[in-house]
Design a binder for this molecule. Structure first.
Ligand code: OOB
Length: 549
């Protein structure tokens, strides 16, 4: 039994194998390939704890044995939500070893998102931090909850089963796990979403391991690399671009940070002589403002991705942080582009790089579906050895975002420079990119529409100097409550935010601004004209800026 997914067509699978991209090794190979002296090297630093490769291998095998002993195996799924701690990787590896396919929710996700994922995968197991027990109530039975408490020196004793049972850790030589089909699903990545239902992206061992190996190669990682994991550990950027898995593959060390702020990260960089860090643009700006006086001399490269980096900010990196910059334009669905470390400064500052694989195929198309010439903006479609072929259980949506040749429509508006680098110019999807955190407009609108005093809601992006974008909800009050006390009171920003929070929506999805309107502009076909709403906001904000200036 295995988890269903849209496989790569056989001719493509054969091509990717023949080119050596797909090796049919399991993703756990990033750890298990380190044998002998290499296995003694430190793989993870987390608080005061040091885990060597040999420890990570042994502990994840034991954890896998304990999970198997509860009857879980291939065909099962797990819903995981853990903070940035070493245990995240132990669980990730253990589930891979069991053949249990996980959704790794972000720590910022609330009950709303978790329930939506649970509905899709019907998890046989939940792995969570103890403080999340109320959020997981009702999603999985207690005997199938693996609960992580405070950090402990012997690591696995921090876990207990939700029914009170201790984790059986006495598997000194665990029996070998099930054979893993590297062509099958390893785990699910999370889509930023644009259609109301959070979509799951099946990633296979073969495609993901290739993206990890190739990323590590492009970034020139070796066993001297010390990578600061400060963004959420499950995100595709921090996990695989080259991320923690790329660093493991290269034999380097991952330093865990609880959050990406300078107060947490700068002391870690100094103490552990961190060489690599991955950031989203707003956090880079905060680092640039706080860097004076900090000892960041060990930093070699700061990668920035997840949202558009402005050239003016990019330019300051070498001088203020004393290190090199790499731009990363990627997506959980697959395709990742990098500026290369030996690119000319202009390219690193002004472009979002180029695909990592020679077999990444790009099509940049105008609205009529015709390829545009370099320098002209079009919509980015892609296909390749690590780009998925279909969202999990989403046939109708898949028919819309894949063309007949298997190209995936990213919804990004890009142009190509003459030397083949991409410049991200905008977006053609109903999403807000709030400093790298993606907000599905429809998802928030659906929850708002459930408010008794709201007749209609439209959520759009508004420009923001630090975050790039923030979210704004335009609301039409329900007619019968328009003048009633409850209606007017219910539509105050504070009560609206509480309403959304009570429904378990992640905090970063709560609109930054609410605007009550009598009507919403419509397009020729009668849809809400979000472009007009966005243009209006842009005008308002620039007028406010002029007045304030
Ligand atoms: C990364 O992955 P996701 O899935 O959270 O978001 C993907 C979307 C892209 O389609 C694009 O709209 C935006 O995020 N994006 C960027 C960008 N990097 C991502 N927009 C402009 N400039 C960039 N550098 O965000 C992600 C995955 C792997 C590596 C890096 C980022």
């Amino acid at each position: 039994m295995s988890v269903a997914y849209t496989p790569f067509p056989p001719d493509f699978a054969a091509l990717y194998r023949s080119k050596g991209y797909w090796t049919d090794d399991p993703l756990t190979d990033v750890i298990d390939r380190h044998q002998g002296a290499a296995a003694e090297a430190v793989a993870i630093l987390c608080g005061e704890r040091r885990l060597r490769y040999v420890d990570v291998q042994r502990l994840s095998r034991r954890l896998a044995a304990a999970i198997r002993a509860r009857g879980l195996g291939p065909g099962d799924t797990a819903l995981v939500q853990l903070p940035n701690r070493a245990e995240f990787y132990l669980v990730f590896l253990a589930l891979l070893r069991c053949g249990v396919v996980a959704v790794n929710a972000l720590n910022s996700h609330g009950g709303f998102e978790l329930a939506a994922y649970a509905r899709q995968i019907e998890p046989g197991l939940a792995v969570l931090a103890a403080d999340r027990l109320p959020t997981f109530a009702g999603l999985v039975e207690r005997s199938r909850m693996l609960v992580l408490g405070d950090p402990t020196d012997d690591v696995l004793s921090g876990f207990a089963w939700g029914d009170g049972g201790a984790l059986e850790t006495g598997y000194d030589t665990p029996a070998p796990g099930p054979a893993i089909d590297a062509g099958g699903v390893a785990f699910f990545q999370l889509s930023g979403g644009s259609t109301g239902t959070p979509k799951l992206i099946p990633r296979t061992h073969n495609d993901y391991l290739y993206s990890v190996r190739r990323s590590a190669e492009i970034c020139g990682l070796d066993d001297g690399c010390r990578f600061l994991c400060a963004l959420p550990a499950p995100h595709n950027f921090t996990l695989s671009s080259p991320g923690a898995l790329g660093v493991f593959h290269a034999g380097g060390c991952v330093v865990m940070a609880g959050d990406p702020g300078p107060a947490t990260c700068f002391p870690l960089i100094e103490r552990h002589r961190v060489t690599w860090a991955a950031l989203v643009p707003p956090m880079l700006s905060v680092w640039l403002e706080s860097a004076a006086g900090a000892d960041l001399s060990s930093l070699d490269v700061v990668q920035v991705g997840g949202a558009k980096l402005s050239p003016a900010v990019a330019e300051r990196v070498p001088e203020r942080l004393g290190c090199r910059l790499q731009q990363v334009f990627g997506m959980a669905e697959g395709l990742v582009n990098y500026t290369r470390l030996d690119d000319a400064p202009w390219t690193v500052i002004n472009t979002q790089g180029r695909p990592m694989s020679p077999d990444d195929e790009l099509r940049i198309l105008d609205p009529a579906g015709r390829p545009v010439p370099p320098g002209t903006v079009g919509e980015l479609w892609t296909r390749g050895p690590y780009t998925f072929r279909g969202y999990y259980k989403a046939d109708t949506h898949n028919a819309r975002v894949f063309d007949a040749d298997g190209f995936y429509c990213s919804g990004d508006l890009v142009s190509l420079t003459d030397d083949g680098n991409l410049v991200v110019c905008g977006r053609n999807k109903d999403q807000i990119n709030r400093g790298g955190e993606k907000i599905d407009a429809q998802e928030v609108e659906d929850v708002l529409a459930a408010h008794p005093a709201i007749a209609q809601a439209a959520v759009v992006a508004m420009p923001d100097p630090l975050m790039g974008e923030r979210s704004c909800a335009f609301l039409i009050a329900a007619a019968e409550t328009e003048t009633a006390e409850s209606g007017a009171a219910g539509l105050k920003p504070s009560t609206l935010r509480r309403f959304l929070r009570d429904r378990g929506l992640a905090d970063f999805k709560l609109p930054d601004r609410f605007v009550l309107v009598g009507d919403l502009p419509k397009t020729a076909v009668g849809k809400i004209d979000k472009q007009t709403l966005r243009d209006g906001l842009k005008r308002d904000l620039s007028e406010t800026a002029i007045r304030n200036g």
